[in-house]
Design a protein around this ligand. Structure first.
Ligand code: ADP
Ligand code: ADP
Length: 225
């Protein structure tokens, strides 16, 4: 079943076309990787899905309804950035709980949900630490927990591993994949790294200069001319 369908999406900044006629879809629980060189429009596309940037035209159907008119907080979409973006003056648990601030939940529910999210990323013992006491990989896991705690319908990952060294990158990649599969969380993962795309995707959408140039599983991607 189609869970996410992006249809004929267009975006320009002034005279510059950032992407055009973007069409792709994801099934429920699928991890789709958007692979393409730096500057081809991947981040802008993710920001448009999250509602952080407006599209010029097109539709984004999530579970059958068009979310383009909805503000970001009504889309129930989680997003993780390359640069963690944690609040430096808040502990790990406060950072994660922040994701729930917009929802009216009891203190007990918040505490429980934050605990669950930290457990998923294996950071329970770090709940009272501050971001400056964390490594890059740990910081990114906090950022992931902050998204997961909101129970998003769709998870967007914008080059979440790029700032990390190779060993941590591999570990975090496996952790993301495990969590994503356990939760059956439909995920769009953006990267410019081909090896990364091949190692963790159900499907790869290849993007270049604002257009989708190929779409398929890892094998068809490299056997087609
Ligand atoms: P990628 O994520 O693939 O590296 P981006 O979506 O970040 O690509 O950028 C695609 C193009 O859009 C780049 O040329 C970038 O400079 C341009 N761009 C991104 N954001 C803006 C903006 N707010 N205003 C104008 N141009 C932008
Ligand atoms: P990324 O590393 O995700 O590709 P960029 O370096 O392209 O990000 O962009 C960082 C920020 O600057 C984004 O918020 C983007 O929208 C903005 N930006 C990028 N290019 C331009 C541009 N040409 N004009 C205005 N804003 C831009």
């Amino acid at each position: 079943m189609t869970y996410l369908a992006v249809k004929q999406l267009n975006k320009r900044y002034g005279a510059t076309q950032i992407f055009e006629q973007i069409d792709f879809s994801a099934r429920e629980g699928e991890l789709v990787t958007l692979l393409g060189p730096s500057g081809c429009g991947k981040s802008t596309l993710l920001r448009c899905l999250a509602g952080l940037t407006e599209v010029d035209s097109g539709e984004i159907l999530l579970q059958g309804s068009n979310i383009v008119p909805l503000p970001p907080q009504k889309r129930t979409i989680g997003m993780v950035f390359q640069s963690y973006a944690l609040f430096p003056n808040m502990t790990v648990e406060k950072n994660v709980a922040f994701g729930l601030k917009m929802q009216k939940l009891s203190t007990e529910t918040i505490r429980q949900r934050v605990g669950e999210a930290l457990e998923m990323v294996e950071l329970n013992e770090f709940a009272r630490r501050y971001p400056h006491q964390l490594s890059g990989g740990q910081s990114q896991r906090v950022a992931l927990a902050r998204s997961l705690v909101t129970r998003p319908r769709l998870l967007l990952l914008d080059e979440p591993l790029s700032a990390l060294d190779a060993r941590i990158r591999r570990h975090l990649r496996e952790q993301i994949r495990r969590i994503q599969q356990e939760l059956k969380l439909t995920t769009l993962f953006v990267t410019h790294d081909q090896e990364e795309a091949l190692s963790m995707s159900d499907r790869i959408v290849l993007m270049n200069r604002g257009k989708i140039v190929q779409n398929g599983d890892a094998e068809t991607l490299y056997t087609q001319p």
